[in-house]
Design a protein around this ligand. Structure first.
Ligand code: AVJ
Length: 322
């Protein structure tokens, strides 16, 4: 028998309250900024899926290549009975892990964790149909705020794939990794995907593709503000900017005003003025090196047990243990 259950650790109206708070702080700050999590409404998630298929956007393919090669090793090394996944989204690459753990004979429960209830429902039901006997327990939660895994069989493997940890700045990463460490039992493990430092041209192309999909993805956050907060942003008033910060070793996306603007945000009782050329910082996407990953894990009380990369050394999967 298999079963699908859903647990909500986040109030239904928490999302809009958080958006209002973030937009109030970010749009009145100097420089202006918005957290990248607001890209992902239905349209934004669709655009991101499109990004993962672009010739310039290598991380998804590189990570999948690693998983295809080492998923059986991960299953053998962890013997996981529970696979928990943070920011599971469409759970596509997860199938490689689920299949390897089922092959290994240990997997009982898949526990996807996401802020989007609809994404959890969709992915959960599809997995149930494909993997009879698997329990799927979706958890609606904001893992940056808190992470308490529901009762589930150990050993647990907590996966955080895609390089999304790069969206956090160093101090946020340190706090997040401590939260993860606290959620892990002595026999559990963390599987972490990180994009790696590489040639600047390759990085910039991945965040400024020729077809303009990433530009549309970046501008989509303005449509989210228009819809959710009644704002009157015209996405055409902004240019997409992608730049490599070589000191911080992260990619940055910004939206740059093409002309002086006054934008109304009625839900916040706010008018936001832009000088020509003024930017909103919409995302950092940090790129890593092995030494840094090892150091950050150690600082959170975890040990880097395995480090796998794709043949071209573009992306890494780390297996870490308490
Ligand atoms: C989903 C956060 C891993 O940082 O590469 C893709 C999002 N931004 N193109 C990334 C993204 C621009 C992506 N993550």
């Amino acid at each position: 028998m298999s079963a699908f259950t859903l647990t909500r650790q986040l109030p239904v109206d928490a999302t809009i309250a958080a958006l209002r708070a973030d937009a109030t702080v970010g749009l009145t700050a100097n420089p202006k900024w918005l957290p990248p999590k607001w890209f992902y409404d239905a349209r934004g998630s669709e655009l991101f899926e499109e990004i993962t298929r672009l010739p310039e956007y290598y991380p998804t393919r590189a990570e999948r290549a690693i998983l295809e090669r080492v998923a059986p090793d991960i299953a053998a090394a962890t013997g996981a009975r529970t696979l928990a996944e943070l920011g599971s989204g469409s759970s596509e690459k997860t199938r490689l892990l689920i299949e390897a753990l089922r092959e290994h004979g240990t997997l009982q429960t898949y526990l996807p964790i996401d802020v989007s209830e609809s994404a959890l429902e969709q992915a959960g039901r599809a997995l149930l149909a494909d993997y009879p006997g698997l329990n799927v327990h979706g958890l609606v939660a904001d893992f940056q705020a808190e992470l308490s895994l529901p009762d589930s069989a150990a050993p647990r493997l907590l996966a955080f794939l895609g390089g999304t940890i790069g969206n956090l700045r160093p101090a946020e990463r340190a706090a997040f990794l401590k939260t993860v460490r606290t959620a892990l039992g002595p026999h559990d493990a963390l599987l972490l995907g990180t994009d790696l430092v590489k040639d600047e041209r390759v990085l910039v192309a991945a965040y400024d593709d020729a077809a303009g999909v990433t530009a549309e993805f970046n501008k989509n956050v303005l449509s989210v503000l228009n819809r959710e907060l009644g704002a009157d942003f015209d996405p055409d008033d902004f240019d997409h900017v992608a730049l490599w910060d070589r000191d911080e070793e992260w990619m940055e996306m910004r939206l740059r005003a093409r002309r002086p603007l006054g934008v109304k945000v009625p839900a916040l009782d706010l008018k936001v003025d832009f000088a020509r050329g003024e930017e909103i910082r919409t995302e950092v996407s940090a790129k890593f090196r092995q030494a840094g990953v090892r150091r950050e894990l150690a600082a959170a009380g975890m040990e880097l047990a395995e480090w796998w990369t794709d043949p071209q050394g573009r992306f890494a999967l780390s297996l870490a243990r308490p």
